[in-house]
Design a protein around this ligand. Structure first.
Ligand code: DGL
Length: 280
């Protein structure tokens, strides 16, 4: 496999199950504007949040291989569900076979790293897709770094479809945001910090802040992921050298190009032209 992969410097790959990773890409580009990026959205097979471990792993590995084939040396899994269900297996089992010098990073670890300095009560809540909550990835990562922090999670299965249907500001959305927040806080009244562990949730930030009791800090992960990537490239000059720097971003979707163009602007406030790509 390694012999066939391009060796010249290439873009940083940003992968998501659909559009949500565009929120992460937006933050990454603000922090690292000179780099080249390829965004790949697996829109034809989204959502991942309700899928099994095996399927999320299989789809994510296919996407990572595609991004390597088209020139990326470093891939960020911007999707929390893919980071929760596929990242470790890809890092441990697949990368040594594909190419030990290429790297895949996720969004959970960089988000968790900031938590220790934010929570005072040491009680943290996580809002995410059913898949991410069931994987227990957030509590496991938090316990590794901060064993004194108690973590409770709440799945919010309606939030992704609401955002994708352009209902982020809709009145009906209030009901679901309030209900899921109440459910989380009912599990632990001492929670003072809530992680938004899904790419789509920053688009609901205003509503979440409106319904969260005063004094609770809401952590939106984009900027932490971007800062962590910046730090990673600083600490790994051998990888930084392999990242092309012309300030160019290309977009690929496994769905139709027209459909991507229509919906992508909900997530990134600019006109986006994507090319179709087959991933299998
Ligand atoms: N990108 C996914 C995540 O961050 C949400 C959308 C999906 O379920 O595929 O978990």
């Amino acid at each position: 496999m390694k012999e066939k992969l391009p060796k010249t410097p290439g873009p940083i790959g940003v992968f998501d199950s659909g559009y949500g990773g565009l929120t992460i890409l937006g933050n990454i580009r603000l922090a690292l504007p000179d780099y080249d990026y390829i965004y790949l959205g697996d829109n034809a097979r989204t959502p991942y949040g309700t899928r099994s471990f095996e399927i999320v792993y299989e789809f994510t590995l296919q996407a990572v291989n595609k991004l390597f084939e088209i020139g990326c040396h470093l891939v960020i899994l911007a999707c929390n569900t893919a980071s929760a269900k596929a990242l470790r297996t890809i890092q441990i089992n697949d990368l040594p076979v594909i190419d030990p010098e290429r790297r895949v990073l996720g969004v959970i670890r960089p988000t968790v790293e900031c938590i220790g300095h934010i929570t005072r009560s040491r009680h943290v809540g996580v809002l995410a897709t059913s898949g991410t909550i069931k994987s227990e990835s957030y509590p496991m990562e938090i316990r590794k770094l901060f064993p004194d922090i108690e973590v409770h999670g709440q799945a919010c299965p309606m939030w992704v479809p609401l955002v994708e249907n352009n209902e982020a500001h809709g009145l009906g959305t209030d009901y679901f945001v309030q209900k899921d927040l109440d459910n989380l806080l009912y599990k632990d009244r001492k929670i003072d910090t809530i992680i938004l562990g899904c790419t789509h949730y920053p688009l609901l930030l205003n509503k979440i802040k409106r319904f969260a009791p005063e004094g609770i800090t809401i952590v939106s992960q984009g900027e932490y992921v971007a800062e962590s990537l910046k730090d990673y490239l600083h600490r790994h000059p051998e990888m930084d050298e392999k990242c092309a720097k012309n300030g160019i971003t290309r977009y690929y979707t496994t769905e139709s190009e027209d459909k991507f163009r229509e919906s992508a602007s909900i997530f990134l406030n600019e006109k986006i032209i994507a090319q179709h790509i087959a991933v299998e």
